[in-house]
Each structure stands twice: as C-alpha cells, then as structure tokens.
Write a protein that binds this ligand. Structure first.
Ligand code: 5AD
Ligand code: SF4
Length: 439
C-alpha cells in the first residue's frame, strides 16, 4: 500500500466551520488522506476561513503568503481555501495568490474529492456554487471512527434575515434545512461512535423547518425525536434568532429532559433605534419579554448572547440602552464585538462611529458582562450539577468536563474516564472554570 497523503486543515471562526472541517477531512479520507497537525509535512493544506468579522480576506492572503517557501520545496503540495472567504472572494483568490490550487465554497464540500483529483492532474479547481443537493448526504462515506463524547451536527444552513452588518446571507446563502430523518440517522451514528452530547448547528438554527414524516418539522419537533435516541444524553443548539423562538421550543426547555438549560440568543443591541437600523425586526422590550417566557419555562436556564458596539450612528444613549438590557438579562456568557465593516452589507455605507469611542464602549460592556459571568459562576458553588467529562486536566488524575450550563468543571478523581457523566458538587469557582467533587 502507498503511504497515505497528509492533510493539514486550519479552521477559523464558528462551530459550523469546525463541523465542516471534519466533513472535509472525512471526504478526503476517501482519497487516501490522513490529517496531520503540521503544514510542513502536508500534501494538501486547506484553510477553512471565516468572514464574519475583522479583515478576513487580508488575513487569508497573508497566511497563504507564508506557504510560498513550502510550496517551492514541495511542488506537489496542493493549497486550498474553503469557507466563507472562499465564497466571498471566489476566483479572485487564485488571481491574487497563484499558489492556490483549489477554492471551495461552503455549499460545495461534497465535490472536494473530484476537485482534489483535478488539482493532482495539475489543474486549478474552483467551486462556489449554491447547488440544490444535500452536501452532507454526499459526504457520508464516513469511516466508523471512534469519537469524543461531544459532537456538532449541522441541521440548517444559511440565513434570510439580512441583518445590516452581516455577511452570512451572502456567504452561506439562503436558509436551507436538512430533512429530519437524515439528521436522526447521523445522530444515531454519532452515538454508536461514542458521542453522548450533540450540539445542533445552524446560522439560524431555531428557524429549522426540515422535512419530517408528517410535513415540515420545527426545531422543537426535531429535538423531541432526538430525545428518543438511546445513548444520547444531552442536546444543545446554536445559534438562535429571537424572532424564531417558537412556543414549542420555549416549552421544550421546561419539559424535554435531554435539552440542556443553556440558550445562546443574540440581541446585538439594547437600543430600539439601532435594532431597527440593524434590520433586526425585534425590540429590546420584545426580547426581554421573550426571555421572561423562557425563564418561566426553565427558571435556571443560563442565557448567552452576542453584542455589537459602535454600530454606525450609535450614540451614548443607544449604548446606555445596551448596558441597561445587559443589566436586566444577566448573561452567563456573552460575546461582544466592535462593529467592523463588511463590504457589500448595507451598514458599510453609513457614517461610522469613531474607533476610540467604540473601543471605550466595548471595554465597558465587556466589564459588565464579565462581572455577571463571574457572579453567576460563583453562585454555582455548593450546587450539584451533572458533568460530562471531555478531557484530562493539567493536574494528575484531573478531568475536565462541562456542566449542563456549559461551565467548565475540574474534578480530581482517579476513577473518572472521558465520556463519563457524573453528579458533581461544586466546591470552588476560579477565573474561567469551576472545581468540584463527584458524589
Ligand atoms: N461586525 C462586528 N460583529 C459582527 N458580527 C457579525 N457581523 C459583524 C460585524 N460586521 C457578530 C454578531 C454575530 C456574531 C456571530 O458576530 O454579534 O451574532
Ligand atoms: Fe447574520 Fe445572524 Fe443576522 Fe442572519 S440572523 S444576518 S446570520 S447576524
């Protein structure tokens, strides 16, 4: 048998990219590739890029430039760009950086094996179409490799919301849901391979409306189906839009035993004026009322969110409204970003907020979020939680896992194994994690 070829994938950005990278690796596995951790001994390098923030494209070009020496030494090395920058830039990437052999958009990963063969024949391969087929179905030639206890599973892709700052509707395309039976089969397959917790992924995951046996299914319907999968212990989902939080999904948080009490529900701003300009089609008040209803269904739910500060025309008053909203919600986790222009999006044309003003706001918001985060984490001390252990810790005999609220928990106990799900009493709260003991 010939030596396996080596594949180096570098993944940027969101969990969906992590999931996609796994699928690409499996697809190329069929072509005789095994993954390597170093670009230096790779036969193919793939950058799975993200376009959501920052100067994404420029970063990719500078990263690619660094492979020049490697490619000169090893003419057979193939270099590919995948992900949202590939989708946004397309052919331009090969024009600007001739060492790139392959450019593949997120909707075309099932075509990677043919594309790889094309590059081996000395041609360039480009595919940034939005085909109608289910790429994940085509990517299914999985070896039945053992997996860790947690996995992502993409159920929905794309977005029709067109928030004024966001590139996702352009790079990931229109919203598409995968049929429920395929998702359930994939979940069963993951469980057979050792997975106990699945996070359902979608850019707008709670807008899920995939074909089920009796017409379209909602996300709640899908979660109830997954709740029946033996051996699956935990279900999570991300990312949700406030306007798609159906009654059945809210209710499921109170009644579905495998659905974890954690919800990532980005609001972006607490100012109605800014929300309107962001094209968010909800208000601060409607968002707060929604959270009240979710908390009525599941009082201990831990809320998480995303914020953008310094969105065009944001005033001190608008920003204060964001702080007020955060003070009311008290997020267990929240991610806040300084607005950054994405060419081609509506907000890019508007008057920008001064960079230093935005920096100062971001610091204030992050300080408040960190304070809440810390308080909520500290309140866990003395409580009993369930921990799914994922990996060894730094100390001898220490294991790290996640509670149902997604807090990292360290436990020192020689009897613990990866994949164990145990009751743990929380005994301490550190900077970014909890400590506890098995009971
Ligand atoms: N600038 C800053 N943050 C952004 N996000 C999306 N687009 C931008 C942008 N242009 C943030 C949003 C979103 C998260 C994934 O990234 O808060 O929820
Ligand atoms: Fe982007 Fe999310 Fe808005 Fe869709 S809902 S446009 S993915 S921020």
């Amino acid at each position: 048998m010939s030596e396996p070829k080596k594949l180096y994938i570098k993944t940027y950005g969101c969990q969906m990219n992590v999931y996609d990278s796994e699928r690409m690796s499996e697809a190329l596995g069929g072509q005789g590739y095994v993954e390597t951790k170093s670009p230096d001994d790779a036969d193919m390098i793939l950058l799975n890029t993200c376009h959501i923030r920052e100067k994404a494209a420029e970063k990719v070009y500078s990263e690619l430039g660094r492979f020049k020496g490697l490619k000169a030494e090893k003419p057979d090395l193939k270099i590919g760009v995948a992900g949202c920058v590939a989708q946004a830039e397309g052919e331009e990437i090969m024009r600007r950086q001739p060492l790139v052999d392959l450019v593949v958009g997120p909707q075309s990963y099932h075509r990677l094996p043919e594309m790889e063969a094309k590059t081996r024949a000395g041609e360039k391969a480009l595919d940034t179409d939005f085909p109608e087929e289910d790429k994940f179905e085509k990517l299914k030639n999985r070896p039945k490799a053992k997996r860790g206890p947690t996995a992502f599973l993409t159920v929905q892709e794309g977005c029709d919301k067109f928030c004024a700052f966001c590139v996702v509707p352009y790079t990931r395309g229109a919203e598409v849901s995968r049929p429920a039976d395929r998702i359930i089969r994939e979940a069963q397959d993951l469980v057979e391979r050792g997975v106990r917790e699945i996070t359902l992924l979608g850019q707008n995951v709670n807008a899920y409306h995939g074909a089920g046996p009796n017409g379209d299914m909602t996300l709640a319907g899908l979660i109830w189906e997954l709740n029946k999968v033996d051996g699956l212990e935990r279900i999570r989902f991300t990312t949700s839009h406030p306007n798609d939080m159906g009654d059945d999904l809210i209710e499921a948080h109170g009644t579905c035993d495998k659905l974890m009490p954690y919800l990532h529900l980005p609001v972006q701003s607490g100012s109605d004026r800014i929300l309107k300009r962001m094209n968010r089609s909800h208000t601060a008040e409607s968002y707060l009322r929604l959270i009240e209803r979710i908390r009525a269904a599941r009082p201990d739910i831990l809320m998480s969110g995303d914020f953008i500060v310094g969105f065009p025309e944001e005033t001190d008053e608008d920003f204060q409204a964001t702080l007020d909203l955060v003070e009311q919600v008290r997020y267990g986790y929240a991610y806040s970003f300084k607005y950054s222009t994405r060419p081609g999006t509506p907000a890019a044309e508007r008057p920008q907020v001064d960079g230093e003003v935005a920096d100062e706001r971001l610091q204030r918001l992050q300080a408040m979020i960190t304070r809440h985060q810390r308080e909520i984490q500290d309140e866990m001390v003395g409580r009993t939680v369930n921990v799914l252990f994922e990996k060894p810790g730094r100390q001898p005999q220490q294991m790290v896992g996640k509670s149902e609220y997604l807090h990292a928990v360290h436990v020192t106990n020689p009897d613990l194994a990866i994949g164990d799900l145990r009751r743990v009493r929380i005994t301490g709260s550190g900077a970014n994690s909890l400590a506890g003991e098995v009971i």
